[in-house]
Design a protein around this ligand. Structure first.
Ligand code: SF4
Length: 440
């Protein structure tokens, strides 16, 4: 038995890939350890969405490279988006790396591992997936109440700032029967929540040439699985949210009333520059349609501060959008130029770093205010929550849970444990969470 350690940077898709990598390795005598110092195989699953994430990957490789000098038996592998995009750069910067494998090459791992065990250095990066039969290997999921299921990978949208279409390729949906089987297994294993994953989850099925294969219909099928569990889906592309999808969310009692819909900018000119296929007005209409259908829904978003050429007035449109749309939470980031992307070549329009980061600060402040306002709306309401974990404070056990609409709720109840559903009356709202007491 050999130990491996895997460090995962970036999004949920990467975390889900890491679970698949763990499953594959477990078939070949490897055992996952949380302690990197006792691992014979070190893997970093990387993210290239921002320069900072990329820098983190190289810094980790540097630390591992020093360790390999004193113990040459250690094998080092790098995968994920940086590996997919930058194999030559990795070879130059970290020649001690034994294995580079891309986002399309995870299912080649059994062969790749044999080669590096024989002392070879391998680089397996292709532009199309090598095999994609997810049910061949057991997936080793981390202990949790939630399990991720990737349903579509890649993206066809080519937003001008984003590397995903280059690192993950074009959209490829998994067959519905494969997803339903995986979901059934997850529920049998005792998980209480399924999150369907996709860079653009609402595009699910468009590549199948069968108009019945849609995210809405997949939700309807998954909702039929027996058991006490709930279903989420992320990430939604604004203009791909159809009326049928909204209907399905409404019809299906297990589907959470929660939408994560990145807006990216509150200004239509910037949206066009970003190659986002909707205007500010269209985004407002989608939000209003969802809110009028589900009164306690939470809508969260993503925003970029300081996109090339963004003026102060255009940035103010973003701040106004967060307020006017009453967004419940937003992920924020300063624009970070990425290789291969169109925006990355708009160098004459790049904003100075201090301008970008000053805008980011204001964006974060606006987000904070919006979150508090959103949380305050729930004071006095009763929410159904799922207990995710527990902590101890002053001798009391606090249950940390998440409501259907993704709000974090803390409460105390000696009769409940991790994985239980409960009804909680909200008594206090803070910026990032809610507090409550259990009700029958
Ligand atoms: S929709 Fe745009 S931001 Fe999202 S993954 Fe596709 S290209 Fe990237």
């Amino acid at each position: 038995m050999k130990n491996f350690y895997i460090e995962t940077l970036g999004c949920q898709m990467n975390k889900s890939d890491s679970e698949r990598i763990s499953g594959i390795l477990s078939h070949f005598g490897y055992f996952e350890t949380e302690n990197e110092k006792e691992a014979q195989l070190l893997i970093i699953n990387t993210c290239s969405i921002r320069q900072l994430s990329e820098d983190k990957a190289y810094s980790k490789l540097g630390v591992w490279g020093k360790r390999k000098k004193s113990n040459p038996e250690i094998k080092i592998a790098i995968c994920g988006c940086v590996a997919q995009q930058d194999k030559e750069k990795i070879r130059k910067r970290a020649p001690y790396v034994d294995l580079i494998f891309g986002t399309h090459n995870i299912y080649e791992l059994p062969d790749l591992i044999k080669h590096i065990e024989n002392g070879e250095k391998i680089c397996a990066v292709t532009n199309t997936p090598v095999i994609r039969n997810n049910n061949d290997f057991k997936i080793i999921r981390k202990p949790s109440v939630n399990a991720w299921i990737p349903i579509i990978e890649g993206c066809n949208n080519f937003c001008t700032y984003c590397v995903v279409p280059f690192t993950r390729g074009r959209e490829r949906s998994r067959k519905p029967e494969e997803i339903i089987k995986e979901a059934q297994n997850i529920i049998n294993e005792g998980f209480k929540e399924i999150t369907l994953l996709g860079q653009n989850v609402d595009s699910y099925g468009k590549d199948f040439n069968d108009k019945n294969i849609t995210l809405a219909n997949l939700l309807r099928e998954l909702n039929k699985i027996e058991g006490d569990f709930r279903i989420r889906f992320v990430t939604s592309y604004p203009s791909d949210i159809t009326d049928d999808l909204i209907n399905a969310v409404d019809e299906c009692d297990k589907v959470c009333k929660y939408f994560h819909i990145p807006m990216q900018s509150g200004n239509s000119r910037i949206l066009k520059e970003m190659n986002r296929h909707y205007t500010k007005q269209q985004y407002y209409e989608i939000v209003s349609k969802i809110r009028s259908r589900f009164p306690d829904v939470a809508i969260t978003s993503d925003f970029i501060a300081g996109f090339p050429g963004e003026t102060e007035e255009e940035f103010l449109d973003t701040l106004n959008a967060i307020e006017e749309l009453e967004l419940d939470y937003s992920n924020t980031a300063a624009y970070s130029p990425r290789e291969f992307t169109k925006a990355g070549k708009m160098t004459d329009k790049f904003l100075p770093e201090d301008v970008k980061y000053e805008r980011l600060e204001r964006l974060n402040e606006k987000n904070k205010q919006a979150c508090l306002k959103s949380n305050e709306k729930f004071t006095g309401k009763i929410l159904k929550v799922l207990v995710e974990n527990k902590t101890e404070k002053d001798g009391n056990i606090i249950l940390n849970s998440r409501a259907d609409n993704n709000k974090i709720v803390h409460f105390t109840d000696k009769t409940k444990k991790i994985g239980d559903f409960a009804f909680v009356k909200i008594t206090k709202a803070q910026t990032w969470c809610l507090f409550g007491e259990p009700v029958e």
